[in-house]
Design a protein around this ligand. Sequence first.
Ligand code: R5P
Length: 313
Amino acid sequence: MVTSGVKLLSGTSSRYLAESIAANYGMALGDVTINRFSDGEIQPVINESVRGEYVFIIQSTFQPHDNWMELLMLIDAAKRASAQYITVVMPYFGYARQDRKDRPRVSIAAKLVANLLVASGADRIMTMDLHADQIQGFFDIPLDNLFGSAIFAPYIKSLGLEDIIVAASDVGSTKRARFYAQNLNCDMVICDKYRKRHNEVSEMQVIGNVEGKNVIMVDDIIDTGNTLCKASNLMMEKGAKSVRAFCTHPVLSGKAYDTVLNSSLTELVVTDTIPLTSKNEKIKVLTVAKLFATAIRNTHENKSINSLFIKNN
Ligand code: R5P
């Protein structure tokens, strides 16, 4: 195992995951302090030399915005401290939902933060289940997009369920759902949703037959939970035996925990790219730490990371 020349760093809110990734990698996290001015302004300090090192900065960019600012300033600090190569390990890529100009006078925030990452000094990005694959093209540096399916598919198989069918929770998840359906060797259906405004689902219909099926619903993000819970209720009304949701990034804002608890979902399975803020008997967390540790190791040793993606049958 190569650890020489590697430094693993993290800001505040992703430390729980960064420590676990570092433990799987076989080394301790680098020493970082986040100072604060009395008005709340932050000042990240790297307390050890990174001169000539391969620095991996592990930070998911969920809310609050301090996570973004910490990340950008840590990259800048590492660059100015003469790090040789800086890889940003961002298990959850915040602002990825704003990836196009779909109405007048709005920002393409995903492109804006891509520019900020590169301007700060990032040489490579490693992330997971990007909201839209095209975001890779917002960068002119290498970007590795790991798949949550590498974590979820073995768990789904371990449940030993019969009569399974995969559901895309919206049209945007169709490609992801097809990948699961091929891997699990089953059919798929699509939930078609219409939103009038953010986080509110106005209309939904299921395209396909779920009667008598144990549904495996997949999505990249669960935010308010409205999409997944509405889809689950609809599929149960259409005769599904059960509905389980597999969702990589548990944003879970507002009343999401209650929405999930009171829904017809049997289980919501998420990863730890974002920490849960409350316990919930319906939510199970699977860790991505080992997968990211292996991806970091392979990257540092210039080995392919292709083996980390599950293959279709
Ligand atoms: C949307 O395109 C995403 O894939 C998710 O379906 C969405 O972000 C979920 O949001 P919410 O949980 O608020 O319905």
